[in-house]
Design a protein around this ligand. Sequence first.
Ligand SMILES: NC(=O)c1ccc[n+]([C@@H]2O[C@H](COP(=O)([O-])OP(=O)(O)OC[C@H]3O[C@@H](n4cnc5c(N)ncnc54)[C@H](OP(=O)(O)O)[C@@H]3O)[C@@H](O)[C@H]2O)c1
Length: 301
Amino acid sequence: MTISRFETVVIAGATGNIGYPITEAFLNDGSYKIKILRKKPENKNERSELLASKGVEIVYVDYNQKDDLVKALKGTDVIVSAVSAFSSKKTSGDFYNIQLPLLEAAKEVGVKRFIPSEFGGEYSPGHSHTFVDSKLQIREELEKSGMEYTYISTGAFQEFIEWLGFDVKNKIATFYVDGNSKVHSTSLADVGKYTVESLRLPEARNATVRVAGSIETFNEILQMFEKATDSKWKVIEDREVRHRFRNQIEPIPSFMDDVKAFACENGTLSKLDNDKFSFTPRPLAEYFNAVDKKYEIKIWG
Ligand SMILES: NC(=O)c1ccc[n+]([C@@H]2O[C@H](COP(=O)([O-])OP(=O)(O)OC[C@H]3O[C@@H](n4cnc5c(N)ncnc54)[C@H](OP(=O)(O)O)[C@@H]3O)[C@@H](O)[C@H]2O)c1
C-alpha cells in the first residue's frame, strides 16, 4: 500500500452504526488526524466520549448552516459522511438535503475527497426509491463540485442481517424475494477497513468500490439462523410489499418495510473489488459463529 496523500479526515455521523466502526478503523490505521462532526445541540454519548478519549476531536455543528460547517471543516482533506436520513421522520430517506450543506461547505474550504453516505447496494438511476434517488442526487452534486469522490458499496451489513426479514424473537422469516435470490453482506469492521484503505487505492479515486464479505441466498441465511437458534423457523412469502406500498393497498406496509423489500430486491453487487485490498473480509457464516458480537446496533424501522 502506498502512503496516503491525505492527513486530516472528518467523519460526519461517527457515533452511528457505520460511522463508529469507520472511525475506529481510522484510529487503528493511525495515519490521520481525525475529527468528528456531531449534530447540535451538544449531548452525552458513550461512543463520542470513547472516541474523544482516544484523541478524536469532536465538533458540534448545525448541518443546515453552511457557515457553521465551513468553520468546522477548515483544513480538512477528506470527509466521510456516515449520516443517516432515516434517523428522524423529518429527514426520512432524504440523503440529498441532509448532506447538501456539508458538501457545499466542503467544496468552499477545498476538501480534497468526499465519501458520501452510501454503504449499501449498488444502485443506478431508475431504481425508483426515494432514499436511493436522493443518494444518486447527492452524487450528481459531488461530481459537479470538482472534489474527488469514492462511493463505497458493501451490500448489507452483516450485523443488520436480521433486518432483511429475519425475526429472531418469533423465529419467523419473511421473504420479500425468492428464497434463492442472493445478497452480499459485509461486517461493519470490514466496511471501516475498506473505507480507510480506499484512500490509498488509486482505483478508488472518482470511482465506486464494490466490496463484500460473502454472498448467500436467503434460504442459506435462513439455515444459518435456524442453526444458530437450534429451531425450525416459519417462512412467510411476501413479495408484494413494494406493490402494496406504492398503490396503498391493504395491509399497507410501512415506509421501512418498503425499504427492506427494496434492499432485498437489490441485494447483489455487480462485481467485487476485494482483491485490490490488503485483507480478507469476514464471511457471514463467521458472524453467526462469532462469540463477541462487538457492535451494538440500532435496528431502525
Ligand atoms: N448496508 C446496510 O445494511 C446498511 C444498514 C444501515 C445503514 N446503511 C447506510 O449507512 C449510512 C449510515 O446509516 P447508519 O445506520 O449508520 O446511521 P445512524 O446510526 O442512524 O446515524 C448516524 C449518525 O448520524 C448523525 N445524525 C442523525 N441524524 C442526523 C441529521 N439529521 N443530520 C446529520 N447527522 C445526523 C447521528 O450522530 P450525532 O448525533 O453524533 O451527530 C447518528 O449517530 C446510510 O447511508 C445508510 O443508508 C446501510
